[in-house]
Design a protein around this ligand. Structure first.
Ligand SMILES: NC(=O)c1ccc[n+]([C@@H]2O[C@H](COP(=O)([O-])OP(=O)(O)OC[C@H]3O[C@@H](n4cnc5c(N)ncnc54)[C@H](O)[C@@H]3O)[C@@H](O)[C@H]2O)c1
Length: 341
């Protein structure tokens, strides 16, 4: 364990609890400041998590950075604020770990990647679904047991009645949710996106204003294809939030229900209409030291000591963000869109 890192957390809303709770386990960090444009939210979090009166609370990030000189900033603000918060923190010499999605536009994301490089600091993005023991188990089966991956499918069907901003926003499924699934697809396949053809619709009876359902076909590197079907206004027979997955390789196929169940079959026969198959013996999932947000925060803190970048650095995560924005553009234009980042 390295030296104790001073941390300022910005944006003390709903998701910040998913940061405060696991970070209590880490002796090598301490909060020195909390920032929120609604100062009351920061005061409440300081109290709820017993952080002590010496933790500075303010609405002004620049002021808190000057007063506390932290090693790192955690950005839990809303997407329109991410670019300014992250670039301000990087320019003050802080490493940054921030909430998904990186930015609202690819232009902003490029500015953030450049700021991390220019200031020689880490900027990594939370993709908590990578820190799940079962996705790792599925990824290992896909990588090791079914031969060269040709096809990956994900289904996401949830009837989610959030209320609030999601009901009113455009492209709600692609912009607010699909980043998780698209990043999972990159993690599972180990492949990068090349192009996308997307169709988006708002089904009759939808309680959202726009784009509650979408279907996307991605060309990935090595000629693999990733298909996504999703809906946030799908009542009954819901999938998990982690999706229902099928992976097809040259020697067999594997399934994951997004929860505990990973299974597969590989071909062993060489003759007949339907070749003989045998079920894969899928081992138990290995327990993780820290899961979800806690896993990523741990890797981020370690990276500040050992220089080993977390897996979701901005240079990597911009590829998942590009899948989202290219899918939106494809849905809007009705054309196949190359994915650039
Ligand atoms: N990883 C996940 O599974 C997951 C889940 C939910 C939300 N999120 C992401 O977390 C982020 C925050 O979502 P939330 O649900 O906590 O939203 P929220 O609205 O509950 O909280 C956001 C907080 O940020 C504050 N804020 C807004 N702009 C600010 C600024 N410029 N400076 C300082 N504070 C500012 C708000 O006052 C509010 O307290 C979003 O990017 C969202 O996509 C991630």
């Amino acid at each position: 364990m390295g030296s104790k890192k001073k941390v300022v957390l910005v944006g003390c809303g709903g998701i910040s609890n998913a940061w405060f709770i696991p970070s209590k386990e880490f002796d090598d960090m301490e909060y020195v400041g909390l920032v929120d444009i609604n100062v009351k939210n920061a005061e409440n979090r300081r109290k709820e998590h017993s952080l002590g009166d010496d933790v500075v609370v303010s609405a002004d990030l620049g002021d808190v950075l000057d007063k506390t000189r932290p090693d790192a900033v955690f950005d839990c603000t809303v997407p329109p604020a991410h670019c300014e918060i992250v670039t301000t923190a990087l320019s003050k010499g802080c490493h940054v770990l921030g909430e998904k999605p990186m930015a609202e536009t690819m232009e902003q994301a490029a500015i953030m990647v450049k700021a991390a490089k220019d200031n020689n600091r880490i900027y990594a993005v939370i993709q908590n679904r990578r820190y799940d023991k079962n996705i790792i188990r599925f990824r290992d089966v896909v990588r090791d047991d079914i031969g060269n991956l040709t096809t990956l499918n994900a289904d996401f069907y949830i009837g989610a009645h959030f209320g609030g901003f999601r009901d009113e926003m455009d492209h709600v499924l692609l912009i607010d949710m699909a980043i998780h699934t698209f990043d999972q697809a990159r993690f599972i396949s180990g492949k990068d996106p090349v192009a996308v053809m997307a169709y988006e619709w708002n089904p009759p009876g939808s309680w959202y204003k726009h784009g509650a359902s979408a279907a996307c076909i991605f060309e990935m590197s090595d000629r693999a294809v990733f298909s996504y079907r999703g809906s946030w206004c799908s009542e009954g027979m819901n999938t998990t939030w982690e999706c229902d997955w099928r992976a097809i390789g040259e020697k067999g196929s594997a399934l994951w229900d997004g929860a505990e169940k990973v299974s597969g079959e590989v071909v062993v026969g060489t003759e007949g209409f339907s070749r003989e198959k045998k079920p894969l013996q899928v081992g138990d999932a290995q327990e993780l030291r820290f899961k979800g947000h806690g896993g990523l925060i741990r890797d981020f803190l370690d990276a500040m000591d050992n220089g080993i970048p977390p897996q979701t650095t901005c240079e990597d995560n911009i590829k998942s963000l590009a899948m989202v924005h290219s899918a939106v553009r494809s849905a809007e234009t009705g054309t196949k869109v190359p994915i650039e980042y």
